[in-house]
Every structure is written in C-alpha cells, then in structure tokens.
Design a protein around this ligand. Structure first.
Ligand SMILES: Cc1ncc(COP(=O)(O)O)c(C=O)c1O
Length: 376
C-alpha cells in the first residue's frame, strides 16, 4: 500500500481506494464564506472539529479568524491542545474522574480552555480539581433546547449559573445552546421558526445572567443548518458550525434562504473515491466502499460523474456498495474509479487515518485525521 505521501504530485484518480479526498479550493472557500458571513453580522465562529477531526484544518480555521475551536470529547481536546491550539471548548459535560484528570492537563496547557456543565455536582467536582491544581476553569452553562440530550432546562439555567459563579476555581463565562434536532429540517421556514424558538429561550437565560450580575460574555451555539437563521439572535456571540467545512448529502438536501431545494452556500469539499471491483451484471456494478468506509447514517451517498449519468449508490454490506445505472447501456469496467459525496461526514471521517488533499485533480498533500477514534 506504501506511504500515503508517495501519492503527492500524482493524480487523485491513481489513489488507492476507498479513500477520502479534500478539494482544497472548495475547503478554503467554505472556510472563508462562513467566516465572512458571520463577520457581516458581527458574530464569531467557533467551528466544531468533530466534523473534520484534523488539527491542520483546525489551525486553518483559527488563521481564518475563528474565536476558538469546539470539540465534543476531552480526548479530542488533548490532541488539539498538544498541537498548540488554544481556546478549545469541550461541548459535552466531562464527568468521570479519569476524564477530569485529562481535562486538568489540558487546562494546564491551555488556560483559555472552556467546558460546558449541566449539573451542580459536576461543577463541584471540576471546581475541586481546578482548585487543587491552582487553576481556574472557564465554564459555560449547557442549556437543553428540548432535545433531552445534555443541558439543563432553560428555567434552571440561572440557578446553575449562580452556583457555578459561587465556586472559586470556576470562571463562569456564559451559556451554550446547540439545537441539533432542528439543523436538518428540510424546509427553511420551518427550520427558522424552530431554531429561533429555541435560541430565543436561550437568549432569555443569557439576559437573566446579565440582569443578575453574572458574567455573560459568551453565548455559543448553532450549527451549519441554522447559520443564516441564528445570526438574527442579537445575544448569540458565536456559532459552532462544523459540517460546513466538508459537507455531506444529508446537509446538501436541505433548503436555504435562497433555494428551498438545495443548501447552496457550501459545496462538498470532501469526497470518497471507490473502485469498481465487479461488473458482471447489466445495469449495476459493485464498488469497494461499504459500511466500513461510509458511515451508514443520515442519507445515501451520491455518485458524482462528469457525464451526470444518474448513477445511484446502495449499501451492500460491510465492504461493498452497489452502483446502478438508470438504464442499461454504458458498462463500467473493473478498476474504474468513482467519486462519491458521503452521507454523513463526521462519522465517515472517523473511519480513516488521513485525507488526501487535491488541487484540481493533483494530490498536493496528506493530512492526518489525528482526532480519529478520539471518542473518550
Ligand atoms: C454541540 C455541537 N455544536 C456544533 C455542532 C456542529 O453542527 P453542524 O455539523 O451541524 O454544523 C454539533 C454537531 O453535532 C454539536 O454537537
């Protein structure tokens, strides 16, 4: 299989499959477009690295003007902090002893590290750990936008904020509210109503913080599906969009403000190359990317073909996919390479060790997916 870097300088069509390819021009455009859009509304971007799991891309996002980087897990934070990134926000509560030890090590390296809290006991544990280390830990109160995943109900946000503010080694900074359940609502107007409903309630808690003399510098939340919508919430300070970097078919099918049928602003920067390994039947053939290369969630991968042949992908188990032609005619030969847009980028990226990076059709770099497998 060789060293992936040996492919640099060659054509992406010669890469070993299945593999992930980033179109660097599209990625750069996506980073700039999101940054510019939010800046035009006076909002910050705190992009979520759970999508790309790559410290090189996180660094590019910071260089483009991001106010910090989000991660979901402490083990992801460890990699980013060791890679020199600062101002990392962990967007899920950190509650077990082992993880709190790891969190404190991250805090030692990154004094601007932040974490969300949704329970007074957790705040007390974190306070104790930070106090022992002689550090202060920045904290956001996690608010639950009706998902029942993490977060306190809105009506309990102020009380939890007051409790955290009373703890000497805790530095309360504000709130987080991520309405994940609304991000993929197909209809833009319905998504808008739903998101503004939840984010409006979170804004009310943020205002209560101010009225009660609590620190309220950060109100972080939102995602790719609601980036246009949530810019209308005056209190929101920064958006945590993640998928806009790479994109996937799940997001490409939702409507946006300009086009009810398609999410236009961010084209897919990520594709997966797969090879035809068997072609013995009229109308369809088998490729080498199945469930172990394409995460089975969120939709169906789409096949990009320069002649727009209307090819469709179907799951065919762990190792294979079935690609069908709308009408028998053109035959695909074994060894031909096809390009797919993945169905759900975050968990698909987590299946691979590196991205091949291409300018046009030429491989120009290889970036390790160094947060891969960091789910602890
Ligand atoms: C807390 C949090 N913030 C931000 C995001 C990024 O969302 P998206 O990929 O929809 O932009 C996620 C994704 O699951 C998340 O869990």
């Amino acid at each position: 299989m060789g060293n992936p870097r040996d492919f640099i300088g060659g054509s992406k069509w010669n890469l070993d499959t299945p593999c992930l390819v980033i179109d660097q021009d599209v990625l750069e455009q996506n980073l700039q477009n999101m940054q510019a859009h939010l800046a035009s509304f006076g909002k910050g971007l705190r992009p979520h690295a759970k999508t790309h799991k790559c410290s090189i891309i996180a660094r590019q996002q910071m260089a483009a003007g991001a106010v910090g980087i989000c991660v979901a897990k402490v083990s992801e934070a460890e990699v980013l902090v060791k890679a020199g990134l600062r101002g990392v926000l962990i967007t899920s509560p950190v509650v077990t002893d082992q993880k709190i030890v790891a969190l404190m090590e991250c805090l030692f390296r990154d004094p601007d590290l932040m974490v969300v809290v949704d329970h007074p006991t957790n705040a007390r544990m974190l306070n104790e750990a930070a106090r022992k280390q002689g550090s202060r830990l920045s904290v956001l109160v996690d608010l639950d936008p009706g998902m029942g995943r993490t977060g306190v109900p809105f009506r309990e946000g102020l009380a939890l904020g007051q409790w955290i503010h009373s703890l000497p080694a805790m530095r309360l900074r504000g709130v987080q509210c991520y309405a994940g359940s609304v991000q993929h609502i197909l209809n833009f107007e319905e998504r808008k109503d739903a998101s503004l409903g939840w984010m409006g309630q979170a804004a009310e808690v943020f205002r209560q913080f101010r009225q009660n003399g609590l620190p309220a510098e950060v109100f972080s939340g939102s995602g790719t599906g609601t980036y246009e919508i949530d810019c209308q919430v005056p209190e929101l300070t920064d958006l945590q969009a993640g998928s806009y970097t790479l994109m996937d078919t799940e997001y490409l099918q939702i409507g946006c403000s300009r086009n009810p049928q398609k999410f236009e602003k961010f084209p897919p920067a990520l594709t997966l190359l797969t090879a035809v390994i068997s072609s013995n039947h009229p109308g369809y053939f088998t490729v080498d990317a199945g469930l172990k290369a394409l995460y089975h969630h969120g939709g169906i991968p789409s096949v990009i073909h320069p002649q727009g042949l209307g090819l469709t992908y179907e799951w065919r188990g762990d190792e294979h996919g079935k690609v069908s032609l709308p009408a028998p005619g053109k035959r695909f030969e074994i060894g031909e390479i096809l390009e797919l847009v993945v169905s759900h980028c975050d968990p698909t990226v987590n299946l691979f060790d590196y991205f091949y990076v291409a300018r046009g059709e030429t491989v120009v770099d290889v970036w390790p997916i160094d947060l891969r497998g960091k789910c602890q």
